[in-house]
Design a protein around this ligand. Sequence first.
Ligand code: SF4
Length: 310
Amino acid sequence: MDKPYRSLNEYYRALFGRKAAKISLDGGFTCPNRDGTLGTGGCLFCSAGGSGDFAENASRSIPEQIASGRAQTAAKWPDAVYIAYFQAFTNTYAPVQRLRETYEAALSCPNIAGLSIATRPDCLPPDVIALLEELAGRTKLWVELGFQTANETTAQLIRRGYPNAVFCEAVRALATRNIPIVAHVILGLPGEGMADALRTIDLLNTLPIQGVKLQLLHVLSDSGLAELYHSGAYTPLSKEMYISMAAACIARLRPDIVLHRLTGDGSARTLLAPLWSLKKRDVLNGIHKYLRENDIFQGKDWNGASGKIF
Ligand code: SF4
């Protein structure tokens, strides 16, 4: 490992022998937390774009979105393969035939080496899981599940819309069909500190997941969190605190889990705070420096919990 953790970049280089770049797509789906099924306001942190602010434009077809994404990265990575990342809203929340057509449209494009599908654990009925199982058998597939926190009180506060048990059940249902899972974790949620972050990692360590994304909580002007922030009821993390929390999570994380992300992107157009996060390279450099200086590596503080299916 070049880095003291299992990075997605290294994972893909070992798998494909070259760079794999993600193209963020908008498949035109919605979300039960937005369409009134569970709620209309969405999760507290979610933007109007359904957490897909960097996704291509939904008015274009999937092949057009992929062509646009490739054009933006071709000069930087001329030999790259691509992962079609269905990012905006809930990407398994539609009839299975529509899902199939959408995913197949991506897979039919040149140089698409895999799919990453972001969704909610309560949007995985049996026919959708059967489709995902079929896809996992013929392409590199990740199913990305928004989890954010193991703290049930925080989960209610952020209007996640399901208890931890639903997440754990979905993980087991996917894992028994050999569908690789990435869990999303947000650091800096209202009322949460280091102990909450580590408890979240501890729970994930016990589950058969293969990837984790660590993200900083961004306050976006078009999210419910903006109101809490303006009223003074929410204070974002400092850069130093984020770096130390991310490092502690890496130390606690099971060694086989691939880290898909160490921090997130907030749209410069709508980001209210923390503004230091706009310099993403600085944040990543800060995490790497902190890991080096404190001799931290992935699994250093792991308690040995196994993610084996039982
Ligand atoms: S589940 Fe995702 S798309 Fe739906 S409201 Fe929450 S963050 Fe937004």
